[in-house]
Design a protein around this ligand. Structure first.
Ligand code: PLP
Length: 633
């Protein structure tokens, strides 16, 4: 397991067990040994239709662990509570979860439920998100914040104001100056006293990929001039007491606590200035950015890692706010954060299967006879061949590589001119492969075909080159015999994975056992619970995977599947692009009927056969619409 650095990125939730499988420790460091859940057992149970209680779900599969979600929330809360207590901070921490990170109903409902005792709330950034946040928070703690970010029109602002009428703690955060006019006008019209926040554009800039949102040229937030105009407008409208929250977000994956402290301190100064200007400030909302150590290096030297723990993050935030407020004699504000990645990344694992391997040495053995033509035909090809032969004899690697290239190039030209046959070209390829192998320069990396769409399930890998830990979920007690890159099902050359954590261009993997013995090979992608599901598309019409929810239980298996939803069927994805699968089925069925009954047979037996064939075809078509688009394995 050290090969895959599981203890680095996986702790405290994932580890390799004595059977060589990945174990999930759903309560993190609080998990007792008998509560460990073997991931392979879950996969076997939910995919096998024959085992007792088997569900027969198709892969790919997302396995969600609500216990992990609960543990993440509680760890975040206690990290802040500890920092607050140990530093004598005069207020409390009250976080919100940005639903955009994973809007799945059960994820959001779980967070509201698990966080209710400590007033944990939600953040929304669009109209459907505010609708879902409002309805979920009806079951939550009435003091929980509902932070309303994002671009707002009259409808969005009205919804947020309506929230206050429903006794939900909505806070309208101004991201654009123009939004203030809407808030003033609509709150008067609806007779609601709003709670207003503003998002500040900080000067502190985070230089990684995720930092483009920060700095003076960032996409969001108000400049100092705009903030002053907002204060003056609110004052004129007699609403300065409504301004209670200052928000900023310097970008996701903040690499170090020094950058964090810098940003928080700048924002705390702004907060104190707003207090001085007469706003009734209560909350400082430090946005997201609490990072995940995807590569387990804890180095903070790339977008893949962060050099701090949850505890160190909380400590730095509390210390910075306290220091600035104490110097300015300002009452300590409630600290709110909008951590998404840090809350949901660990809670789900994407399981997929490697179904076949393309061998790097796919050429046939060549005999001297096969390449005799090289000595007989084209002068140039003959010269190339002789040079190559001499270089092999001398053991001159560098020349061999050069002559292999030249010979291939010449023979491809010969083929294009019609001088060489396909068999002759294949023999040249075989010869070159043999030479490369003999001098130890052949490509030994396999391509494993995976039953997955990168575009649907790991969109950030394609879109922003983000890497996630990918590991076989079994056989970890056996040394991998080969290395491979992964190639997905889509007809798109970007649908491949050839970069892995640790800077590797291939992954050590076990050989596939495709000899009919039923040895399947399951891989897991970890730490993808944030953003990946929310951003995935249906390129090539590969839809969403199956999803199961698994809780730790004290029963014989140490786990219980509490919910299972099959992935999107071909009909589902077709519907998403405006096709009508029911009509399509009828069209195809009608065609089958015409084709199968046109033989005009008068023979009763033959007619029965036609009927059978038609029924089989119709049933087959029906199944194809209802199955998932992935390979059936
Ligand atoms: N808040 C805002 C305004 C954001 O834009 C984001 C994400 O980019 C977040 C919170 C969540 O950030 P993270 O996932 O880094 O916690």
């Amino acid at each position: 397991s050290s090969l895959y650095r599981i203890d680095g990125w996986g702790a405290p939730y994932f580890t390799a067990n004595s059977s060589g499988n990945i174990s999930v420790r759903p309560h993190g460091s609080e998990t007792l040994p008998h509560q460990d859940i073997d991931l392979l057992k879950i996969v076997k149970k939910v995919t096998d239709p024959k085992s007792s209680g088997g569900l027969g779900l198709q892969l790919p599969l997302i396995v969600r662990f609500p216990d992990v979600l609960k543990n993440r929330l509680e760890c975040l809360q206690s990290a802040f509570e500890f920092a607050i207590q140990s530093q004598g901070y005069g207020s409390h921490y009250q976080g919100v979860y940005p639903v955009k990170c994973n809007q799945d109903r059960f994820v959001v409902e779980d967070i509201v439920k698990f966080g209710s005792s400590f007033r944990f709330g939600l953040e929304a950034g669009s109209k459907p998100e505010i609708l879902l946040a409002m309805s979920c928070l009806c079951k939550g703690n009435p003091d929980a914040f509902l932070v309303c970010n994002g671009f707002k029109d009259a409808e969005y602002v009205s919804l947020a104001l309506l929230g206050r009428k429903l006794a939900l703690n909505t806070m309208i955060v101004l991201e654009q100056e123009e939004e203030l006019d809407l808030v003033i006008e609509l709150s008067q019209k609806m007779n609601v006293r709003p709670v207003i926040g503003l998002r500040a554009k900080l000067r502190t800039k985070h230089s990684g990929h995720f930092g483009s949102t920060s700095g003076e040229k960032g996409k969001f937030g108000l400049t100092t001039t705009q903030i002053l105009r907002v204060v003056s407008k609110l004052s004129q409208a007699g609403m300065l007491d409504c301004l209670q929250l200052l928000h900023f977000h310097i970008g996701s994956q903040i690499p170090s606590t020094s950058l964090l402290s810098d940003g928080v301190a700048e924002a705390a100064q702004l907060y104190c200035e707003l207090v001085r200007l007469g706003a009734h400030m209560k909350v400082i909302d430090i946005g997201g950015g609490l990072g995940i150590d995807y590569d387990g290096s804890k180095s903070g030297d790339s977008d893949l890692s962060v050099a701090y723990s949850l505890e160190e993050y909380a400590e730095a935030v509390v210390a910075s706010v306290r220091f600035v407020c104490d110097r300015r004699s300002v009452k300590h504000p409630v600290i709110c954060s909008e951590s998404g990645r840090a809350i949901v990344s660990h809670h789900s694992v994407l399981i997929f299967e490697a179904v076949s391997a393309a061998k790097p040495t796919g050429h046939h053995q060549v005999t001297p006879n096969d390449i005799q033509f090289l000595l007989e035909g084209d002068e140039e090809a003959r010269a190339n061949y002789e040079d190559l032969y001499a270089a092999v004899m001398r053991g001159d690697q560098e020349r061999c590589l050069l002559y292999v290239d030249q010979l291939k190039q010449r023979c491809v030209e010969g083929f294009k001119e019609g001088v060489l046959s396909i068999e002759q070209l294949a023999s040249v390829d075989g010869l070159c492969e043999w030479v490369l192998k003999a001098i130890g320069a052949s490509d030994t990396v396999h391509t494993y075909n995976i039953n997955l769409s990168v575009f649907t399930s790991i969109p950030d890998l394609w879109g922003i080159d983000q890497l996630f830990p990918i590991v076989p979920i079994h056989k970890l007690d056996q040394r991998p015999g080969t290395r491979a890159i992964l190639s997905d099902l889509t007809c798109d050359s970007d649908g491949k994975i050839n970069k892995f954590i640790g800077g590797e261009s291939s992954l050590p993997l076990h050989e596939l056992d495709n000899n009919g013995s039923g040895g399947r090979y399951f891989l897991g992608m970890f730490l993808g619970g944030a953003y990946e599901e929310a951003l995935g598309g249906v390129h090539n019409l590969f839809g969403g995977p199956s999803v199961v929810r698994v809780s730790q239980s004290d029963g014989p298996h140490s786990f219980a599947v509490t919910r299972a939803v099959p992935g999107q069927s071909s009909a589902d994805v077709l519907r998403a692009v405006q096709h009508e699968p029911e009509l399509m089925f009828q069209t195809l069925k009608h065609r089958a009927e015409e084709m199968m009954h046109t033989k005009g047979s008068s023979d009763e037996d033959e007619e029965e056969e036609d009927d059978d064939e038609f029924n089989n075809v119709a049933a087959y078509l029906d199944r194809s619409f209802h199955n998932m688009p992935y390979l059936a394995t």
